[in-house]
Design a protein around this ligand. Structure first.
Ligand SMILES: [Ca+2]
Ligand SMILES: [Ca+2]
Length: 450
């Protein structure tokens, strides 16, 4: 039985019609010569699995406008931030009270310069607080905007109001970089501070389909198809980034961030066996070859960085991101050769992609929402598992590291529409943002059948 409000290829009840993989088809059709007509392969029907869990509403009194992100601030157990795709970030306080409060933290719908964009996969995409946020009152936001008729994706720093730390001050915005974007899909946009205090940023390949803009196989073509690692504090020893027209500069020409000196592509002279100009390399890159790493997270116990990378035609994947790692796109889709990339060429000789810890085909799901490692207490046997979801089919899956290259999977629950996954700062429980119905959910064990 398919619920009436299913956000799926079958029904699209909300405006975000251009949805990850589903988005690729119409864009592709607009921009490429039309191939001979052939019958379209229908997506597999959603089969609801027998599961042990269901998702329960955490805030029955609150509904959000297309929520896609759940963020906490380091050391702060009292506030939960919810990102709305449509341009606002809310903060929830007093969760333990009978009536928790929801307040507006930041509103990006009216920008001083440029126009906020929420079409397709654009919107408010990421928020992160640095470890010293209580002292600096800073946060970082990734969002989409239109400047002089052209789409861009931007990383900005904001400060909270001096009089109210539950409210960010638009007037304090300081853009760090603003990347011209060739298409409204595949924007990544998740932000996470690592255990090293550096800011990690997930970026998609620009968009359309088949890596049409040829961004994924390069380390010298802009802010695309990668996980970045940058130093927002400009610590001693960090390096200035290489020039790029999208990097904001102070009056003295300096960028508002730096590159850690041990980033893997600092000084790189080749990639995939091809020569690159070391003065054009995006030394911000920590890992490369990603298609649309929509959501990333650090495991608080091990420091491992996980990414859910949205697939093209056949496979979704979960990766553990390592320094300098190449995740294969657009020569590979998960572990499989991908032959429709730019030039439809073969894999280069010097190409050593890392394989995902888990991949799944279209019979399981169509668009991965990367999750988090569970360290809550309500469900002890989920301890240490990586919990993620598929946006379209709604499967919530736990992966267990059993010491093999591919982790063991178990479907826990099923609820379509999950676009963001975070952690409850009070108790470590995993929270799910359902973009389709506007609710924040958590796992609940189903009552045993009598
Ligand atoms: Ca894009
Ligand atoms: Ca890959």
């Amino acid at each position: 039985m398919i619920p009436l409000l299913l956000p799926s290829p079958f029904r699209r009840p909300f405006s975000w019609a251009g949805l990850f993989v589903l988005m690729a088809a119409p864009l592709h059709a607009q921009t490429m010569p039309k191939p001979p007509a052939k019958p379209k392969a229908a997506p597999p029907p959603i089969v609801f699995a027998e599961t042990d869990y269901e998702l329960e509403d955490v805030f029955p009194d609150f509904k959000f406008d297309q929520p896609l992100g759940i963020v906490t601030a380091p050391g702060d157990k009292k506030r939960l931030f919810i990102l709305e795709k449509t341009g606002r970030i809310h903060v929830i306080t007093g969760q333990d009270c009978e009536t928790p409060e929801k307040k507006l933290f930041l509103d990006l719908t009216k920008l001083e310069k440029g126009t906020f964009v929420t079409e397709s996969e654009c919107g408010v995409l990421g928020l992160a607080f640095p470890p010293d946020h209580e002292k600096t009152h800073r946060c970082f936001v990734y969002y989409s905007l239109n400047i002089e008729g052209k789409l861009h994706q931007r990383l900005s720093r904001f400060e909270t109001m001096a009089s109210d730390t539950d409210r960010a001050d638009n007037a304090t915005e300081r853009p760090l970089f603003t990347q011209l974007d060739p298409a409204p899909n595949h924007n990544g946009g998740d932000l996470q501070f690592g255990p090293d205090g550096y800011l990690y940023i997930s970026l998609g390949d620009g968009g359309a389909a088949d890596d049409k803009f040829g961004n994924a196989r390069f380390i010298d073509k802009g802010f695309h198809a990668a996980i970045l690692r940058i130093d927002v504090d400009k610590r001693p020893g960090s390096l200035p980034p290489n020039p790029h027209p999208g990097i904001s500069q102070a009056e003295n020409g300096a960028a508002f961030y730096a590159v850690p000196a041990d980033n893997p592509f600092v000084g790189a002279t080749s990639h995939h066996g091809l020569k690159v100009d070391d003065k054009k390399v995006r030394t911000e890159i920590w890992a490369t070859g990603l298609r649309n790493p929509w959501r990333i997270s650090f495991d608080s116990a091990t420091g491992r960085l996980f990414a859910g990378d949205v697939g093209q035609n056949l496979y979704e994947e979960v990766d553990i991101i390592t320094k300098g790692g190449d995740y294969g796109w657009s020569h590979r889709e998960a572990t499989h050769p991908f032959i429709n990339g730019p030039g439809k060429d073969k894999e280069p000789a010097e190409f050593n992609p890392l394989e995902p810890i888990f991949e799944y085909p279209r019979t399981v799901g169509l668009s991965i929402t990367g999750g988090v490692v569970y360290h809550g207490s309500r469900h002890p046997h989920l301890q240490g598992t990586y919990i993620f979801a598929d946006y379209v089919t709604g499967r919530v899956i736990a992966l267990t590291d059993e010491g093999r290259p591919v982790w063991a999977d178990k479907t826990l629950a099923q609820e379509p529409g999950i676009a963001g996954i975070g952690i409850d700062p009070r108790d470590g429980e995993v929270l799910f943002a359902n973009l389709a119905n506007g609710k924040i959910k958590r796992l609940k064990l189903k009552a045993a059948k009598s």
